[in-house]
Design a protein around this ligand. Structure first.
Ligand code: NAD
Length: 425
């Protein structure tokens, strides 16, 4: 049945969690979700805050604050990354945990949603300080994490290195070996082939799927990618491999533009040899960070920060397709502007779900003790992403709405089924 949307997104000056609720409420109304189910989804199941006293290298004690929020376990154990950044706070972690529930439902994974984070500046800390902090956080949450309970993974500011520390700290507390308690591990410790580049790969698959719907040839397309970390680097590399000309890239140190296309292989080599940063790379002329978002390209991939596409920026965007690599890069107020301009937005909850999809494959391989080749992982990933994309696209058409609301409706249908089928107290 087709229902006509009649709801506007309410302006949200507030927190990231308010941005989640604005989209959830809009999708719920268009889909016709019951108030009861909506209210369950508006309220995360569990929120934990831990205080972590760490002895710093200079001999002084610093107290860090860590968080873990479990938004939902209705579809399975909760799954979600751990973020290290200075702006990590309770509200942000709550928002990211809700997005994980929607993301896992859209990707058709047997998982609920969670997220964790520590308020810290990982770039200013030594390896030793980061290791002590990660181990302290794991010990503090060792009753929360568990192969069939809550499974962390990397996010902004963390990588396979931190996941290996989490695995080791958890195993020491529980006195056994639980490779499936965390995903995104190094390959030799039970990590999956293809996990590191999975989020970027998912962005590439979504880009190709969207271009096909828009009847555009990837070989005649230009792109700008904000962020050159785990997500942005692999997204830029894989888009480039598909013949898409990547004209702008940037990170927290510099933003670069090259009309003829940036040599992405050279940029990747440069950051690997220069502490992960682009500053000093000479493959393009320096532009302002904001200019990347409004550059004259066909595709924009925000793959760094949240809230970068404001209403003001949305008005200036020239791209016809936005693939949200980062979580929450677009504020709700900008959604209407992008819609009015006819810009297709592949939302975060679909576009960056390649990471959690391969995390699920890693967890399955750990449970089986049987490991797949990169080709097998990529083939399963591509099939899963294309299926998720089609489901979202079909809901967008059925409900005559945007891909973002189509994605939320895809998630709501599954979560509603789970909540109602499991019943209530
Ligand atoms: P990362 O820490 O590996 O990289 C972050 C990148 O953003 C770095 O290149 C950094 O320099 C850049 N950056 C930071 N501040 C910036 C600024 N002001 N302007 C431009 N660039 C800036 O993090 P990541 O894992 O790539 O995550 C990026 C985003 O993708 C986050 O929103 C994260 O939640 C989301 N995400 C990550 C994964 C994953 O598997 N890692 C999966 C899904 C979603």
């Amino acid at each position: 049945m087709t229902r006509k949307p009649k709801v506007e997104v309410k302006a949200t000056e507030g927190s990231m969690f308010d941005a989640v609720l604005a989209r959830l409420d809009k999708a719920a109304e268009i889909y016709g979700l019951s108030e009861d189910v909506k209210n369950v989804l508006r309220s995360p199941q569990k929120a934990i805050k831990v205080s972590l006293p760490i002895m710093m290298d200079d001999g002084k004690m610093h107290i860090f604050e860590g968080y873990r929020t479990i938004h939902s376990t209705v579809l399975g154990p909760s799954k979600g990354g751990i973020r290290y950044a200075m702006d990590v706070n309770e509200e942000e972690v709550k928002a990211l945990s809700a997005w994980m529930s929607f993301k896992c439902a859209i990707a058709n994974l047997p998982y609920g949603g969670a997220k964790g984070g520590i308020t810290c500046d990982p770039r200013s800390m030594s390896v030793g300080e980061l290791e002590r902090l990660t181990r302290a956080y794991t010990v503090a949450l060792s009753d929360v994490f568990g192969v069939d309970h809550d499974i962390p993974a990397p996010d902004m500011g963390t990588s396979s290195r931190e996941m290996a520390w989490i695995l080791d700290a958890y195993n020491k507390v529980h006195r056994s070996d639980f490779p499936g308690v965390v995903t995104g591990k190094p390959v030799g410790l039970g990590g999956s082939m293809g996990r590191e580049s999975a989020t970027g790969r998912g962005i590439m698959i979504c880009t190709l799927a969207a271009l096909k719907k828009m009847k555009l040839d990837p070989k005649k397309i230009t792109a700008a990618v904000q962020g050159f970390g785990n997500v942005g680097l692999h997204a830029a590399r894989l888009l480039h491999d598909q013949g898409i000309k990547v004209c702008a890239i940037g990170d927290h140190t510099v933003t670069l533009w090259n009309e003829k296309g940036i040599d992405i292989a050279k940029a990747v080599k440069y950051v690997k040899e220069n502490k992960g940063i682009l500053k000093g790379f000479t493959g393009g002329k320096e532009i302002k960070n904001e200019e990347l978002l409004t550059a004259a390209v066909d595709i924009l991939v925000p793959a760094a920060l949240q809230n970068v596409i404001t209403k003001e920026i949305a008005n200036k965007i020239k791209a016809k397709l936005i693939i949200e690599g980062a979580n929450g890069p677009t504020v709700p107020e900008a959604d209407e502007v992008l819609k009015e301009k006819g810009i297709v937005v592949v939302p975060d909850v679909l576009a960056n779900s390649g990471g959690v999809t391969v995390s699920y494959f890693e967890w399955v391989q750990n449970k089986y003790g049987n490991y797949w080749t990169e080709e097998e992982v990529n083939a399963k990933h591509d099939l899963s992403m294309n299926t998720a994309f089609e489901n979202v696209w079909n809901n967008k058409l059925e409900y005559k709405t945007t891909m973002r609301i189509g994605a939320y409706i895809t998630a709501l249908k599954k979560l509603e089924m789970g909540i109602n089928a499991k019943g209530h107290y």
